[in-house]
Design a protein around this ligand. Structure first.
Ligand SMILES: Cc1cc2nc3c(=O)[nH]c(=O)nc-3n(C[C@H](O)[C@H](O)[C@H](O)COP(=O)(O)O)c2cc1C
Ligand SMILES: Nc1ncnc2c1ncn2[C@@H]1O[C@H](COP(=O)(O)OP(=O)(O)OP(=O)(O)O)[C@@H](O)[C@H]1O
Length: 142
C-alpha cells in the first residue's frame, strides 16, 4: 500500500487542481490531501472560501481518499499522522524539495518528495488559476 500526500489552498476549484490530484493519486494507492489553513496562506491573496468548505470540496473529488485541514503551526504534524510514502508538490508550489526532504529526515519520516507537472490550457478560455478566476469575476461582475 503506497500512501501519497498532496497539499494546497484549493480556493475555487479548477481543472489544474484536478490534474494535480489525479497525477498524485496515480503515484500510489491512497491519496490524502492537506488543505492549507487560511492564516497560513501568506504568499498570495487570502482564500475567499472558508477552510472547511475548501476541505469538503476537495474531499468530494474522485482521486481523493481523504482531505484534512492542515495544522495551524507545524506543517509536519499532519504528515506524521498520515505517514505517507510520497509527498507530491504542485508544479508552482514555493516549497523547496530538498528542504522538505531534510526536515523529513530530521523527524525520522521515510518519505520521498516528487514534483507534479503543470497543466496548460487545452482551449482558449480555460482558466487554470484561482487568482485569475477571481480577477475575471471582478472584471465581469463587479
Ligand atoms: C508537506 C507539506 C505539508 C503542509 N502542511 C500544511 C499544514 O499542516 N497546514 C497548513 O496550513 N499548510 C500546510 N502546507 C502548506 C500549504 O499546503 C501550502 O503550500 C500553502 O500555504 C498554500 O499555498 P499554495 O496553495 O500556493 O501551495 C503544507 C505544505 C507542504 C509542502
Ligand atoms: N494549472 C495547474 N496545473 C497543475 N497543478 C496546478 C495548477 N494550478 C494549481 N495547481 C496545483 O494545485 C495545488 C493548489 O493550488 P492553489 O490552491 O495554489 O491554486 P492556484 O490556482 O495555483 O492559486 P492562485 O491562482 O491563487 O495562485 C498546488 O499544488 C498547485 O501547484
Amino acid at each position: 500500500m503506497t500512501t501519497v500526500v498532496a497539499q494546497g489552498t484549493f480556493d475555487i476549484l479548477h481543472p489544474g487542481h484536478l490534474q494535480y490530484l489525479e497525477e498524485a493519486a496515480a503515484m500510489g494507492d491512497e491519496l490524502h490531501v492537506i488543505i492549507a489553513r487560511r492564516e497560513n496562506v501568506s504568499h498570495k491573496r487570502t482564500p475567499v472560501l472558508a477552510d472547511r468548505q475548501r476541505r469538503d470540496m476537495v474531499g468530494a473529488l474522485d482521486p481523493v481518499d481523504s482531505a484534512v485541514l492542515g495544522d495551524r503551526e507545524d506543517i509536519f504534524v499532519p504528515i506524521e499522522r498520515i505517514d505517507p510514502d510520497v509527498i507530491v508538490l504542485g508544479h508552482d508550489q514555493h516549497h523547496d524539495e530538498h528542504a522538505i526532504e531534510g526536515a523529513l529526515d530530521e523527524r525520522g519520516i521515510d518519505c520521498s518528495v516528487e514534483r507534479a507537472a503543470g497543466r496548460t490550457p487545452s482551449y482558449d478560455d480555460e482558466l487554470l488559476s484561482t487568482g485569475r478566476i477571481v480577477d475575471r469575476i471582478c472584471e465581469q461582475r463587479c
